[in-house]
Design a protein around this ligand. Structure first.
Ligand SMILES: [Zn+2]
Length: 267
């Protein structure tokens, strides 16, 4: 019990630091700058002091303003650090690293990290970073092919991985062709392929896409209702897809029996 609590506290701190890294990756992938080099204030370009780089805490102590130029520091920074801290804590709870879960903990944490970067870039700049999706897809493929035994529930074969990629790619690809890119962006097709590589079976891909539409639908309806978005505005789909993928990675094996049940009626 004590070990679990210590693990979760450590995971929260690790996650907050990873969130800080995710902010840097998102901004530097956006403006194509190098990942090396010191962090600077986005307004006055002053190099930040290490004590101003403590995740979440620094932003709160500075009340969201640069010490030098007093310009506001984007709320993205503490939000992403907090989100990543929570995601890493949940992952550590699912796969306690000290109790043999280290492989799955690292895998799911890295996927969550990549998804957070993707969500930030899609929300702020309507960009889906293809290079990062490639990295996540390769990571999924390598993990499924070499460590299939780590996961008790999913044991994908090469054919099932190909189907897992083909189903969402075809689903989004057809929509993209029919609507000539109006309903869905080409980045979403790539994202669908990446999801298949991470999840490893077509059943999981179907669940992830389904959950993405549920999450996206609820989000868009509540944003329309509260007037944050207006009818006809283009809402990025990446965050919904990322949420669908994450939920399926966590709970897909519990949802899958219901999918098989639905299919047994259909056939
Ligand atoms: Zn400044």
């Amino acid at each position: 019990m004590t070990i679990l609590i210590v693990t979760l506290v450590f995971a929260f701190i690790l996650g907050a630091c990873l969130g800080s890294f995710a902010n840097v990756v998102a901004i530097r992938l956006h403006d194509m700058s190098s990942l090396m080099g010191r962090s600077r204030c986005p307004s006055c370009k002053k190099v930040l002091h290490p004590k101003h780089l403590v995740p979440i805490v620094s932003w709160l102590l500075l009340r969201g303003r640069c010490t030098d130029c007093r310009k506001p520091i984007h709320i993205q920074y503490p939000l992403v650090e907090g989100a990543m801290a929570i995601l890493t804590t949940v992952t550590a709870f699912r796969h306690p690293p000290l109790e043999g879960g280290v492989g799955m903990f690292l895998f799911e944490t890295l996927i969550a990290l990549g998804l957070v970067v993707i969500v930030v870039m899609d929300l702020r700049w309507k960009e889906l970073p293809l290079e990062l999706m490639g990295v996540l897809g390769v990571l999924g493929l390598v993990v499924h092919l070499t460590f299939a035994f780590v996961s008790a529930t999913i044991q994908p074969t090469l054919i099932s991985i190909i189907l897992a990629v083909a189903v969402p790619v075809a689903f989004f690809g057809i929509q993209w062709l029919v609507s000539r890119g109006r309903w869905i962006g080409s980045g979403d097709i790539w994202m669908g392929g990446m999801m298949g590589l991470v999840l490893g079976t077509w059943q999981m891909s179907v669940i992830a896409v389904y959950l993405a539409y549920v999450v996206g639908g609820v989000a868009v309806l509540s944003l329309l209702f509260t007037g944050v978005v207006k009818r006809g505005m283009r809402v990025p789909f990446g965050p919904a897809l990322a949420t669908g993928l994450l939920l399926t990675m966590w709970f897909g094996d519990r949802i899958e029996p219901y999918l098989s049940y639905a299919f047994s009626f259909a056939t």
